[in-house]
Design a protein around this ligand. Structure first.
Ligand SMILES: [Zn+2]
Length: 65
């Protein structure tokens, strides 16, 4: 874990992700989330925290700024 005085990329980035399991395509996730985000409908994980930018497990429908 290295946290030096490095300027990170913008952190206010949200995505609308489509759940591959139930086709719920209205789920908004934070791209830098530090917690697992689950689908509201079927609770399938849609995002996995990595310590930096999170790994999005579903299909990205659109990006929000
Ligand atoms: Zn789902």
């Amino acid at each position: 874990m290295s946290r030096k005085g490095q300027i990170p990329e913008p952190t206010s980035r949200f995505y609308i992700v489509k759940c591959p399991e139930c086709d719920n395509d209205t789920q908004i996730v934070f791209g830098w989330s530090t917690i697992v985000v689950k689908c509201d409908v079927c609770e399938k994980p849609l995002l996995k925290p990595t310590g930096g930018k999170a790994e999005i497990l579903g299909e990205i429908v659109s990006e929000l700024d």
